[in-house]
Write a protein that binds this ligand. Structure first.
Ligand code: CP3
Length: 365
């Protein structure tokens, strides 16, 4: 292994002052007290920012994910502009799947579209295992970013097997996940073969990011909320557990996130997370009751609230900080990604407000 400086800091750096491992974000993930409640936003790098739209005007999405110079610049944009407590690598959940040989594209306004959806065991076989060389642009971008970010932690991420399988089986975004569930119920053997392979690809992709120096990882199982708890435990959890438990020795906090997962929060924590992401449907104090006292929570402002007048936003931020106090650690975030029509100045104000309200509380003891 090459000199893995940040990884080393994350592993044994809990007593080392400064550095990403001592940041408010990592402290909250580890349920340790910090100077303020940390805040970042899912999809903070993206269409809400004019400087992002300018870069992307001439470069297709997947190409932008494969150019380390652009990945670095786009990832840094929201850090510079909003002063968020963490950066998240600019990429997409389908990047490793494309690197594994699946023919796909990210279509503007639609999302990932797969040329030949997965239907058979032979299709699963064609999803190759990936090595660092297959995603060398991610390795390079992470190293550049870690050098530029200094004490600000960089979050790596990947899509979880269920959410990836949904795109691969449907061929594109789906509201009902009907084909995915038909495969899951109708051919469990093929389903488990597919998810098993996706778990291997995901684990390898996260390993590359961790070796290059990310300080935390988030596993996005955005569409897991389409399942009952029983089906989640039977068809999905073993594969997400394989990913998350495969990272224990890496020593970086693992965040596990999905949308509409009120009934799954306990299981998603059990799958092996240090932090469970919560959408806006479940208050954080209720979520903590379901997740248990040994994990931090992340969330959970409804992204559409950011489109409302400021006093509404402020009241919601206050409520969420209050309810987040029930958890042993709270990372402030949205319940899902920033909507493209969001005024970026509102995001900047939310960061300042979270910091102000949570540090005042610390002063008061
Ligand atoms: O959070 C961040 O700032 C990091 C960047 C990031 C992107 N995709 C960039 C992106 C992350 C973490 C993702 C993950 C992702 N991609 C998920 C899981 C998170 C979630 O939102 O639930 C999912 C389901 C995808 C698949 C995907 N890719 C969708 C649904 C879309 C949106 C389609 C659209 O145009 O509305 C994409 C494209 C995408 N990924 C964009 C960005 C910034 C928009 C591309 C553009 O600018 O045209």
């Amino acid at each position: 292994m090459t000199t893995d400086t940040t990884g080393t800091v994350a592993r044994d750096g809990e007593s080392r002052p400064g550095g990403p491992a001592d940041s408010p974000f990592i402290r909250a993930c580890r349920r340790r007290p910090g100077p303020h409640t940390p805040v970042w936003f899912m999809r903070q790098a993206g269409r809400s920012l004019p400087e992002y739209r300018e870069i992307r005007a001439t470069v297709p999405m997947l190409e932008s994910c494969r150019r380390p110079d652009l990945v670095t610049e786009i990832t840094l944009q929201p850090v510079r502009r909003h002063g968020v407590d963490a950066a998240i690598l600019f990429s997409d959940i389908v990047v490793p799947v494309a690197a594994a040989g699946v023919d796909l594209d990210i279509v503007p306004g639609t999302g990932p579209v797969v040329a030949e959806p997965i239907r058979s065991a032979a299709d699963v076989q064609r999803i190759r295992l990936i090595t660092r060389e297959d995603v060398s642009y991610v390795d390079e971008a992470v190293r550049q970013l870690v050098a530029e970010l200094g004490d600000t932690p960089l979050i790596g991420f990947a899509g979880a097997p269920f959410t990836l399988a949904s795109y691969l089986v449907e061929g594109g975004p789906s509201r009902t996940h009907a084909k995915t569930k038909a495969l899951m119920y109708g051919n469990p053997e093929l389903w488990h073969a597919l998810c098993g392979r996706l778990a291997e690809v995901t684990l390898a992709f996260l390993r590359v990011q961790i070796d290059a120096g990310v300080s935390a990882v988030q596993l996005f199982d955005s569409w897991a909320g389409a399942l009952s708890e029983a089906d989640y435990r039977r068809f999905v959890m073993p594969h997400s557990t394989a990913v998350l438990s495969g990272l224990v020795d890496a020593g970086v906090p693992r965040i596990h996130f999905g949308v509409g997962t009120a009934e799954l929060l306990g299981a998603m924590g059990e799958a092996g997370a240090d932090v469970v992401g919560v959408d806006w449907r479940t208050p954080l104090d209720v979520a903590t009751g379901r997740i248990g006292p040994d994990k931090a929570v992340q969330g959970n402002l409804d992204p559409t609230v950011l489109l409302a007048p400021w006093p509404v936003v402020e009241a919601e931020v206050r409520r969420i900080l209050e309810q987040g106090r029930a958890a042993p650690g709270h990372v402030f975030n949205l319940g899902h990604g920033v909507l493209p029509e969001t005024d970026p100045e509102v995001l900047t104000r939310v960061v300042a407000l979270v910091h102000e309200l949570s540090s005042r509380r610390a002063d008061q003891g």
